[in-house]
Design a protein. Sequence first.
Length: 365
Amino acid sequence: MRDDDHRWMRAARALGRRGLGQTWPNPAVGCVIVSPDGRVLGRGSTAPGGRPHAEPQALAQAGAGARGATAYVTLEPCAHHGKTPPCSEALIAAGVARVVVACGDPDPRVAGRGLSGLRAAGIEVREGVLQAEVSRDLAGFFSRITTGRPEILLKLATSFDGRIATASGQSKWITGPDARRVVHAMRATHDAVMVGAGTARADDPMLNVRDMGVCRQPVRVVVSRRLDLPLLSQLARTAREVPVWLIHGTDADAALVDAWTGLGAHLIPVGVTGGQLDLNAGMRALGAAGLTRVFCEGGGALAASLLRAGLVDRLAQFSAGLALGAEGRPCLGPLGVEALEGAPRFTLDEVRAVGADMMSLWRAD
C-alpha cells in the first residue's frame, strides 16, 4: 500500500484540480478512499461553491467499507466547526486506518489541528506526498490565507516582438484559435478574470468562459480609477447575470458609482496616491471577498502597474509568429526600470507550442 501512495495521491490531485475556479473561497480539494487490497471505495472533490467538502463525499461513497481503509487527501482535513462539521472528525468516525495528505492547511483554524486530531484518534498519518505539485494547485488559497490577496496570473498575447496591437489599435486576432481556446480553459480554472479600463473600453469584452461547460462563471473584475466605462457595454448589460466587480478610486464621480451600482455591479473603492490606484489594497479587497485565483488579461497599463507593485505571481505569454514593429502598441506600459537589477524577474516553468503560437509559463522569483 505504501508503494502506491503517490499513485493514489495523483488520483486525488486530479479530482481536486477539477474544482479550480469553482470552489472559492474554499480550496479545491480531492479525496480518494482506498481499501487495504487496493480497491477504490470512494472519490470526492470540493463541490462548486465550496461545499460539501471532498472527504464527506468520498466517505459517503465508501460507506462501511471506509473502516480500515486509507484516505488520500490533497489538503489537511479541516478541524473547525463552520457551516459543516470538521472533515477530520468525519474520517475518525468512519474508522479509516490511515490518512495520507499532500499539504498542511495554513488556515489558523486548522494549521496542524486536523492532523493532530487524527493521530490522537490512533490513525496513522503520512504527510508531504506530492506536496510540491499540489502546492502549485492550491497556491491561490495559500496566498489568500497568508498574504490576504489572491494569486495573480498575468496573461499576455503578443507578436514575437512583444506588441499587443498595431499602431491603430487593431488586435483581433494576434494569436490563433488554439491559443484562444487555451485561454478560455485557463479562465475556467480561475475565480475571476481581470482587465484594466482601457481594455474594457477598447474591446467591450464579455470576459466569460465559452464552450467549456463550466457551472460557475468567473467574476469579471475591471480596474478603473474614474469608472469611466461604457454604461451600455456587454459587462454593464450582463452585470446581474454574471458578477462584475469594479475597483475604482475613492475620487470617482458619485453619479457613476450610483449608475454602476444600479446596474448590479459590486463597487470596490480604494485609495489613490500620485494619481495611481492602490492596487495592493485592491487585491487585498478581492482576497477579503473570497477570491483565491485571478486571471489578469491586461492591458498594458494594468499589467505594468501590477508588475511594479510586485503583485504578479505567475505569467503566461502567448507569442504569435508575426512582427508589428516599434510603432505597434507594447504589451507593457512604463515600468520605470533604470537598471537590470530593478527589473521584475521570473523563472521559466514550461514552453510548448499551441497551434501556430508558442506559450511560455513563468513564475515570480
